[in-house]
Design a protein around this ligand. Structure first.
Ligand code: EAX
Length: 324
């Protein structure tokens, strides 16, 4: 009997200690501290800590310390991570997020804000909710560009035969496949070594991720494409979220929304300053022929309309928000 009791209490203790403690908020991202998502996450963590005071401890982890974005989605669902920044792989959680993998769809940050308000926080948040995830706010990963070690990319034909690392998102691989490259999905934390050893020839990311992970040290060419705007979503697991007190949830939501403005302003600033930095670090920079890429992108839109329920309608609504 005693043994049984002891067994039960040991088990209870073990369960209690694997749960995030009530006063601890575990928050993680896959990007580096220097990237825009890293700077934004730090800003958010600091502001949230201030708002919550001493009774709560915001524990912030970057650089995939708690796992890559796929693993973070798992951990949100399990409740071992409370909050995470999730970017391109959100389309593997629910396919509507592949709206952001439609090349050249998002015109600028004002357009993004309208898409966020009218589509993300309505339709996309609802479908993420059905998959057990709460979208709290849309932050910025950034406008993505292509780097590689072989040649400047002007038009899709220049990608022929190049191994380009993409995030683990079937839509991004479809995009690069459609343009003639050999897309190679891998976790972000493995990309530097992949580029250095020649396992892949190139990759695509916003300038702040390129700079944050020092890809310019192992890449010669930077081709400005702006092929997609990649948001990063501050996300919670539904179960974990419901266990937080109402006050804490209100604080997280308010601070996350304030942080969106900070992130978008910082993103615009970095797009200018980092381009100069890339040139100074010796990269050869060119601008792609946008029309040639737009023309080669039709099959990606066609696939989205065919594969995703309501896909065409989402694209039409997003496009209609380009001009206000
Ligand atoms: O943390 O995997 C990627 O390329 C994404 O940009 C990710 O957000 C980096």
């Amino acid at each position: 009997m005693l043994k049984k009791l002891l067994g039960v209490s040991a088990l209870t203790l073990a369960i209690a200690s694997t749960h995030a403690q009530a006063d601890k908020i575990v928050f993680a991202i896959g990007g580096t501290p220097n990237s825009l998502q890293g700077q934004t996450a730090q800003e958010f963590a600091d502001r949230l800590q201030d708002r919550l005071g001493d009774n709560h401890q915001v524990e912030y982890y970057h650089s995939g310390q708690l796992g890559d974005e796929r693993q973070l989605v798992q951990k949100l669902r399990l409740g071992t991570v409370d909050l995470a920044g999730i970017s391109s792989i959100m389309s593997s959680v629910s396919p509507e997020f592949a709206l952001f993998d439609m090349p050249f769809l998002v015109k600028d940050r004002d357009h993004l804000r309208r898409i966020d308000r009218e589509i993300v926080m309505q339709d996309l948040a609802e479908s993420a909710g059905e998959q057990g995830l709460n979208i709290i706010s849309t932050w910025e990963n950034g406008f993505r560009h292509i780097t590689n070690n072989e040649r400047p990319i002007n038009e899709p034909a220049d990608l022929e035969g190049l191994k380009i690392r993409t995030p683990q998102s079937e839509w991004r691989t479809l995009m690069f496949d459609t343009w003639g490259a050999n897309p190679t999905p891998m976790a972000f934390s493995e990309v530097f070594v992949g580029l250095q050893t020649g396992v892949v020839d190139g990759q695509e990311n916003p300038l702040s991720n390129i700079n944050g992970a020092k890809f310019q040290e192992v890449q010669d060419y930077l081709s400005l494409s702006n092929h997609v705007y990649s948001p990063i979503w501050l996300t919670a697991g539904k179960g974990g979220w419901e266990q937080l007190s109402e006050d804490v949830r209100a604080a997280i939501t308010a601070v996350a929304i304030e942080t969106q403005d900070w992130a978008l302003a910082k993103g615009a600033e970095l797009d200018n300053s980092l381009l100069e930095a890339m040139r100074n670090d010796g990269m050869e920079v060119n601008r792609v022929d946008r029309d040639a890429f737009v023309e080669a992108s039709n099959p990606v839109y066609a696939e989205f309309a065919e594969k995703v329920d309501g896909g065409q309608e989402l694209v039409d609504r997003a496009m209609a928000l380009a001009e206000e």
